[in-house]
Design a protein around this ligand. Structure first.
Ligand code: FNR
Length: 184
């Protein structure tokens, strides 16, 4: 059975390496996973005053998360944490209280950076929120992608075999993780 995975990208810029990586992952995903990008760039800043009547963009985003079987986050690190736009998206779909779209969705995190540390800080700050939101996040394999600009090409391809193979294994493990952690 094919599982629908909502891919949430933590960068809004046009030339984003995270986005290129998302495309590259779509190209190598196992047949049991269907990856689709869910956009966060037009979400207004979350405001609790709007919980009774959320903006349409927030409703649409939340519905897309709700309709997915699982969630895959692909994010750069901003100042040793997650980009604010990504945190905003997480907050948006988590409310009103008790009606979180994230609840119980199996998840995985890929962080990246141009440097060597691979977005470790962003990866783990994101995990902190996901623990609270009851998203079972795959622990192994971890994906901290350093020197990310050298690993994915503009066309959404991998520039070397070992990166492609690593990410293939990551997605195969995620597919198994999803089957084990889908809500009953
Ligand atoms: C960064 N960058 C960055 N890199 C890093 O490894 N650790 C960090 O804490 C930060 N902080 C940071 C803050 C801000 C505001 C920006 C704009 C950038 C660099 C960042 O990882 C790099 O630009 C990535 O290429 C961004 O990902 P996308 O947009 O290519 O997907």
């Amino acid at each position: 059975q094919t599982r629908n995975v909502a891919v949430v990208i933590g960068s809004l810029r046009e030339d984003s390496i995270s986005r290129k990586l998302a495309l590259a992952l779509s190209g190598i995903a196992p047949p049991s996973l269907s990856l689709s990008i869910v956009e966060i760039g037009s979400l207004p800043l979350y405001n609790q005053d709007n919980d009774t009547d959320p903006p349409q963009a927030a409703r649409d985003f939340k519905a897309q998360i709700q309709n997915a079987d699982a969630v895959l986050f692909i994010t750069p690190e901003y100042n040793r944490s997650v980009p604010g736009s990504l945190k905003n998206a997480i907050d948006t779909a988590s409310r009103p209280y008790g009606q979180s779209a994230w609840n119980g969705k199996p998840g995985a995190v890929v962080s990246l950076s141009q440097g060597a540390m691979g977005g470790f800080g962003a990866n783990h700050h994101l995990r902190q929120s996901l623990v609270f939101l009851n998203v079972p996040v795959m622990q192994q394999p971890e994906a901290y992608i350093g020197n990310a600009g050298n690993i994915v090409g503009d066309a959404g391809d991998f520039t070397n075999d070992s990166s492609r193979e690593f990410m293939q294994k990551f997605l195969q493990s995620f597919a198994q993780w999803i089957e084990r952690n889908l809500p009953a």
